[in-house]
Write a protein that binds this ligand. Sequence first.
Ligand SMILES: [Fe+2]
Length: 490
Amino acid sequence: MTFSRRHFLTTSAAGTAVFGLGLSPAFAGTPAMPDWHLGYTSAPAGGFDPAPMRLVFGKVPKGLEGCLYRNGPAQFRYGKDDFASHWFDGDGMIQRIAVADGKAVHSGRFVQTNKRGIEQAQGKFMAPGFGTVGHPDFPVTSADDVNAANTSVIVIDGKLYALWEGGSAIALDAATLETHGVKDWRDDLAGMPFLAHPKREPDGTVWNLAINGRNVGVYRIAADGSLKSFGLLNIGKAAYIHDWAMTDRHLIILVQPWVNEAFRPPVVNGFEWRPEEGFQFLIVDKNDFSNRRWAQGPARAFYHTGAAWEDADGTIRIDAALYKEPVLGVGGGVDEIRGDWKGREARFQSDLTQIVIPPSGDARLIETGLDGDFPQVDPRRHGLPRRLTALMTGQPATRPGLSAVSVHDWETGTTDTFDFGASRMVEEFLFVPKPGKQDEADSWLIGPVLNLKTATTDICVFDAVRVSDGPVCIWRGDRAWPLGFHGTWV
Ligand SMILES: [Fe+2]
């Protein structure tokens, strides 16, 4: 394999330009816009100052204390007519909901990236991105020049990082959300991409990937934030990798037959679907990258895994939301950003699936028929055998987005769901372990729900094994914020 940091960064800069653009003005919605457009309306440039939320339903569970951080695009328009070309290109904004003594306080701040600085000064979209050609005058010398920092967040050793997928993690103050700047995990890895879906072992060790076409870098970061190692893999083709999986012993790179050899802006135009190549899985020993094997399964596309585990005989099981057609970024949310939704397309249907990879031979799929995405698992069990997967489901016919929270039990094959109905837009819900408890069942689920009746974003909490009973408590502030992608609870 010919691979060097220079090559990685050069091609990354030219091509990976990647996910980032954003849009606009006051978060009040335009009178002509449908109510759900609140989810795609720009947040105030100055962010949201800390403000208490009111408990409007239920009782706050004893022991629920911590902080929910979320990230998502929050700039969708400049002025009257300059709309973002793609939802994935909106500038990232971090929402922080601090829960203590039964009270919740919300604040939000844009990540102050290079891209945002230039575009705010110019008052228009300029950077190339996932779905954006970009302005010819926008200077691009590295992927971080166009880093939108809009996809996820992680906290390592008390330090908060905004994550994208084509560029570096960006460090922020975990309390004030002030942006500190690009994170270099090691001097010689400056500018190396850091995927938006890192995985954390129960002991706090964080693993993550750096994707550049067929070359994949692997970070191993100790719980104290120090980089323990950085290794390299070659996956043979430039498959799109947004997420991956990990057991206690292995890394699993899911190589979907959805290839983008150029990966240059607008990235979304460069994908090629090759179903004849199937879905390939590279299984790598965490302690010896030379110890690896491949498995093969039927062609599927995906954005997200839940997590993976291994049976006693070495069989690997991965839960993921799989799509029979490649739909990533199709449409780009352009209609939604303009408040002009045209209805759902059947091909956007996913299936919560367990990918079963035996110690030798091909993978098989256990399909649940559950249409949803954003699978989440108990962080105490990441990489270990478990039975529960939470995901967002429910698709109202009258508006975009999802409306329900589901928990699937792989042991019983049953699914427990609470559907808020068409007047609520549900975001990703995270497992929160109950203090002092170890079983998966001893968890809450916490997440935001955009309430279209009150024009507020509500924070809802469920008991993870009694979801259909409805939320156990709901906090509501006096404002809404745009729909986000991913978050973390600390
Ligand atoms: Fe994601």
